[in-house]
Design a protein around this ligand. Structure first.
Ligand code: SAM
Length: 166
């Protein structure tokens, strides 16, 4: 699967060499993307069969929704990347996992996506302006979009590139 155009566009804001956390990494398309750019990457997902550990890739198998403690407590990263995944109780952990000045790159489906198929349940869809609201006062927003896309498929997405204020 190809790298998200949003992630590819804003990856340049992630300082060279900083550690990157790829949350709900799936088959690791962004894990490999950042590893190839020279970052140490931690990939976390409950299903890790599509993720291969390597010198600069750490794979963490964890269910992020079963009520267990956040598995990376105390660890921080220069960037946190999340695509096509939403579990709202994780936001405090994602923000706490960022070092001062760290980059949040987040892209997932939003309300309105139900007309195109799945995900269609409200718990998997961001509300209007939700990412902006979440980062307000804590992050410097570099880019934000809430729009329909046609590639890789028709969808309503919301996406943000924001830097944690030091
Ligand atoms: C649509 S995929 C997105 C994968 C990847 N971020 C990407 O964009 O290519 C959603 C991912 O969330 C993971 N996931 C779903 N529920 C999870 C949970 N409870 N704990 C950890 N990962 C979960 C799935 O295993 C899957 O890899």
């Amino acid at each position: 699967m190809t790298v998200s155009s949003w992630i590819a566009t804003w990856a340049g804001l992630v300082p060279p060499g900083v550690a990157v956390l790829d949350v709900a990494a799936g088959n690791g398309r962004h894990t490999r993307f950042f590893a190839e750019r020279g970052h140490p990457v931690t990939a976390i997902d409950r299903e890790v069969s599509g993720l291969a550990a390597a010198d600069n890739i750490e794979v963490v198998a964890a269910d992020l929704e079963d009520g267990s403690p956040w598995p990376l407590a105390g660890r921080t990263f220069g960037a946190v990347v999340v695509t096509n995944y939403l579990h709202r109780p994780l936001f405090p952990h994602l923000f706490a996992a960022l070092q001062p000045g760290g980059m949040l790159l987040y892209e997932t489906f939003m309300i309105g996506n139900e007309r195109f198929g799945k995900p269609s349940r409200p718990e998997f869809l961001l509300n209007d302006g939700e990412l902006l609201e979440l980062v307000r006062d804590r992050f410097s927003v570099i880019a934000y979009e809430a729009r329909m896309i046609s590639e890789p498929k028709m969808a309503m997405v919301q996406r943000i590139a924001a830097r944690l204020i030091s």
